[in-house]
Design a protein around this ligand. Structure first.
Ligand code: NAP
Length: 253
């Protein structure tokens, strides 16, 4: 899909990987809607890309429906959806404090997996009604999983389950939406320098970066954003998850 002039919705677009993806799409001529739980972050990011800010919890059916109605009314039918909204929840299955709190496990799945599916189903219901573009294409969806979907570490059962679900649903969703000319692909990032990582001391970040075979550093959000743009532009990419990780395979801890 040619990115120029099409409407793109980026969830989690107020921060980190989402903000970088929004900027890269805007630089290639897309018109942006920035969806984020953090309304102020959405506003800041939207100002940077001359886009629309929408405060929304991606796991809420009502809020997400309202968000797509706003996009449709203010911009036009969205053709690109980038799902970046996510939370990192950590905790062992059983720790010295007892069994993993079930509500924390549910929360990770609710935001990361259910939230991603919620946005996909609503995006596709709008996009399938739009006129086909070049090659019969109506929409492109890019999801964000994690290498934890494959090599989840100690304390990552909830996070890995939520991200593994995103990887697993990528192919069936691509199959479901093929009739409408809507593609879906997922990126599984390794370790990227974003506010999610900023909570760690610089020393810990450097140590994490040094574990990456090559290049031995953290990924930059712009590198993630370039892959988002490539997926949008390359029509043969569909139903697949791409690891973007410098060949890292996470150790147990
Ligand atoms: P980030 O800087 O924390 O950005 C995530 C954004 O999503 C935040 O603005 C956050 O708002 C928002 N968000 C959280 N829950 C939401 C909800 N229910 N509805 C709407 N927005 C919500 O994190 P990031 O590092 O850019 O991560 C982006 C995605 O990449 C996440 O899915 C993450 O799991 C994945 N990922 C990141 C890395 C990495 O190394 N950074 C590696 C692998 C995968 P609040 O600040 O208000 O919570």
């Amino acid at each position: 899909m040619n990115i120029k002039d099409v409407v793109a919705v980026v969830t989690g677009g107020g921060s980190g990987l989402g903000a970088a993806a929004a900027l890269a799409l805007a630089q290639r001529g897309a018109r942006l809607a920035i969806v984020d739980l953090d309304g102020e972050a959405a506003e800041r990011s939207a100002r940077r890309v001359n886009g629309l800010a929408i405060s929304c919890d991606v796991s809420s059916a009502e809020q997400a429906e309202a968000a797509f109605a706003t996009v449709e009314g203010e911009l036009s039918t969205a053709r690109i959806l980038v799902n970046c909204a996510g939370i990192a929840i950590a905790g062992r299955t059983v720790s010295k404090d007892g069994p993993h709190p079930l509500d924390k496990f549910r929360k990770a799945v609710e935001v990361n997996l259910v939230g991603t599916f919620n946005m996909i189903r609503l995006f596709a219901s709008h996009a399938q009604e739009a006129e086909p573009l070049e090659g019969g294409e109506r929409g492109v969806i890019v999801n964000t999983a994690s290498v934890a979907a494959y090599d989840g570490q100690v304390g990552q059962a909830a996070y890995a389950a939520s991200k593994g679900g995103i990887v697993s649903m990528t192919l069936p969703i691509a199959r479901d939406l093929s009739r409408a000319g809507i593609r879906v692909a997922t990126i599984a990032p390794g370790i990227f320098r974003t506010p999610m990582m900023d909570v760690l001391p610089e020393e810990a970040q450097q140590s994490l970066g040094a574990q990456v075979p090559f290049p031995p550093r953290l990924g930059e959000p712009e590198e993630y954003a370039r892959l988002v743009c490539h997926i949008v532009e390359n029509q043969m990419l569909n139903g697949e998850t791409i690891r973007l990780d410098g060949a890292i395979r996470m150790a147990p801890k």
